[in-house]
Design a binder for this molecule. Sequence first.
Ligand code: SAH
Ligand code: SF4
Ligand code: F3S
Length: 478
Amino acid sequence: MLDFVTDKTHNEARQGEAYAPFSGDPNQYKKRFYIESYGCQMNFADSEIVASILNKEGFGATRNLEEADLIFINTCSIREKAEQTVRKRLTEFRKLKEQKKGMLVGVLGCMAERLKSKFLEEEKLVDIVVGPDAYRTLPGLVEEAESGQKAVNVLLSREETYADISPVRLDSNGVSAFVSIMRGCNNMCSFCVVPFTRGRERSRDVSSIIRECRDLFEKGFKEVTLLGQNVDSYYYTPESTQINSPETPVTFAMLLEQVALISPELRVRFSTSHPKDITDDVLHTMARYENICKYIHLPVQSGSSRILQLMNRTYTREWYMAKVDRIRQIMPDCGISSDIIAGFCTETEEDHKDTLSVMEYSRYDMSYMFFYSERPGTLAERRYTDDVPIEVKKRRLQEIVELQNRLSQESNKKDLGKTFKVLIEGDSKRSDKDWMGRNSQNKVVVFAKENYALKKGDYVNVKVEDCTQATLLGKIVK
Ligand code: SAH
Ligand code: SF4
Ligand code: F3S
């Protein structure tokens, strides 16, 4: 997560095949499916819902493509490049399909929603197209496709939250899990395709969220990340069971608190916060509970008030900077990260410099950085001209990346000598003699196992002795 990713979506680091190990007799399943996910954490969480729906119908997951009767690809439309990646992967699936008679290919997620049945015309070997709100109908669609029809369901819903479905944890480390708390987005950031692919915002039933988090904790998970495109606008009104009893709506701050109260041993994270919506209430709740991680992903997108207005972000540069001040005032040790877009329509050198200076001001620990990619149907595509030349976009992005590298290095250097409580996630990438975990601020910490009897999912205090740009290196302290 702390690698600097350019032109990649959140958590694309986790990209790759997802699988659920077979439980019990492998012959218990009538069919096997393989699912691969692209895009944001929401998509990864959705694949776990899809796996659950398919499991119930007697389909078992496999991570072996050759073995699959059904191949699903859960797609992302956020930038053109994300769609190109999916198209490339589809051509590879096509070859497999030619070799294996009866194998079906299904496209799920945002690209399915954006292109709808056009997908079937463009990609002749795709059999099933399903949008993010229609996964419950997948088993029926598979049947239709098996009988030779093309199966499409891209209906968006105002209610669907899959609240009652327990996700099948795919490719999980058994320590940390994503929990969707809402779907869709009502903001109309002019560059963004998400409101079109995911539909209207709706909040999931609070009791089903708490149940899922508690269940995860009971299964040994130690960290949950509450997911939504704009978590601060979470708002759930429970249906009143008693006549005349007042309904008490649940805000994001209240939800956070309820999840934090499950156990002090369960860490709580969330993503994404919109600078216009994050409240003092949320910040104070974070400060009050040690197990709510001191880390906020607060995408700025641009540091120029003029560009922010064109982007329809509804805050100014000054408002954003005041939010950063407020966070640091309430939680001086809070980590902050960002998303930044270089080269949005009409962006001048002056605007670009404003972005660099807001980055300096905010001292981000890390950022996801992209150059602007025009998306069909968005407000920006309809209203503005994508007029910053690609070389200029790339050069500005490069400057943003270089600045972020320096800021990350500086942020890590400040941690030298400090001791952090780290949640162990597993072996480090480089050596099984080292553990890898994260501190509350979401920084990756690597340290020698030594002779301590520790396992993943344990908390341990680690003193930072050295660092790279992306990682803190430390030693266990007793
Ligand atoms: N809901 C989240 C982000 C969703 S998309 C939020 O509001 O912050 C993740 C990131 O992709 C965005 O924050 C933005 O930086 C980037 N992004 C979205 N649309 C883009 C586009 N058309 N071109 C380039 N980057 C884009
Ligand atoms: Fe897109 Fe804006 Fe919604 Fe985020 S808040 S998903 S950037 S429209
Ligand atoms: Fe991509 Fe859809 Fe997420 S467009 S970023 S997968 S909501």
